[in-house]
Design a protein around this ligand. Structure first.
Ligand SMILES: NC(=O)c1ccc[n+]([C@@H]2O[C@H](COP(=O)([O-])OP(=O)(O)OC[C@H]3O[C@@H](n4cnc5c(N)ncnc54)[C@H](O)[C@@H]3O)[C@@H](O)[C@H]2O)c1
Length: 259
């Protein structure tokens, strides 16, 4: 097996799912600013287009693709549109995700459970089915980053089924890293602590009041919520050459929450 050095971001094509808002938007903007060609994939077509248009206006390179990460045809469209525009795929950031409200595990209905597992776990299956064959065919290695959560490492009451999806994401990350290492495809996960994105209200154990926020902040040693740029910097590291020898890790980006 010949080791392959990861390309610098400026030479990479990076797919980012859920890039129409929240962490994904921050990730797409950050890797585009580093020179990567970025595919901004999201269920919300107009939001994906907004982010891609902004990146282009700032002199970056971006392509918006409306797709559903839970569906095979969404992934097929994503891969086809990317390969029609650019010369291959270097990295994939599986960021799209969802949750149930913070509530008793017994109050989460079956449809919600299925939606959360489809979005957070089945998406990883389809992403592998669609993107890994392309990476293998290219023969130049690659990187995959799965956005999991501190909920995988330190589950707390109220988000039981969501935490389960993120635990699955971490184990799948490690298993994929072991299986894909012979292809020089690195697979890592990031565990963010709570950030004020679209999912914030559902994660909170109660109303979004100063008292509830303070309770959460008190559990984060560095004293603030995560920001999209925190997650984006970790992603840039994990897909770029500086992490060439890192695979199969679940990296907390959490201000010390999981200590
Ligand atoms: N915000 C947090 O506190 C936090 C903490 C830990 C982990 N995470 C994880 O970070 C990731 C990003 O979440 P966020 O906080 O930015 O949320 P968000 O809701 O702000 O953004 C999620 C994006 O994913 C898109 N999306 C949802 N379902 C999709 C689907 N089926 N197909 C394609 N796109 C879809 C949405 O349209 C949205 O643009 C998720 O995996 C989430 O579980 C978030």
């Amino acid at each position: 097996m010949t080791p392959i050095e990861p390309r610098p971001l400026s030479e990479q094509v990076v797919l980012v799912t859920g890039a129409g808002g929240g962490f994904g938007e921050g990730i797409a903007r950050h890797v585009a600013a580093a020179g990567a060609r970025v595919v901004v994939a999201d269920l919300r077509a107009e939001q994906a287009q907004r982010v891609a248009t902004d990146i282009l206006a700032e002199g970056g390179r971006a392509l918006a693709v409306a797709m559903d990460v839970t569906r095979a045809d969404g992934w097929q469209a994503l891969v086809e549109r990317t390969l029609a525009q650019w010369d291959g795929i270097d990295s994939l950031i599986n960021n799209a995700g969802t949750t149930h409200r913070n509530q008793s595990m017994l109050d989460v209905d079956e449809a919600t459970f299925d939606r959360v597992y489809a979005t957070n776990v089945k998406s990883l299956y389809w992403s592998a089915q669609s993107v890994v064959p392309v990476l293998r065919r290219q023969g130049r290695g690659g990187a995959i980053v799965n956005i999991a959560s501190t909920a995988a490492a330190r589950p707390r009451p109220g988000l039981t089924w969501y935490a389960g999806t993120k635990g699955a994401a971490v184990t799948i990350t490690k298993a994929m890293a072991a299986e894909l290492a012979p292809d020089q495809i690195r697979v890592n996960a990031i565990n963010p602590v709570m950030g004020e994105t679209g999912l914030f209200g559902d994660f909170l154990p109660g109303e979004n009041t100063p008292a509830v926020r303070e309770r959460i902040l008190a559990t984060i040693p560095l004293g603030r919520f995560s920001r999209p740029l925190d997650i984006a910097r970790a992603c840039a590291f994990l897909v770029g050459p500086e992490s060439a020898f890192i695979t199969g890790v679940a990296m907390e980006v959490d201000g010390g929450r999981c200590i």
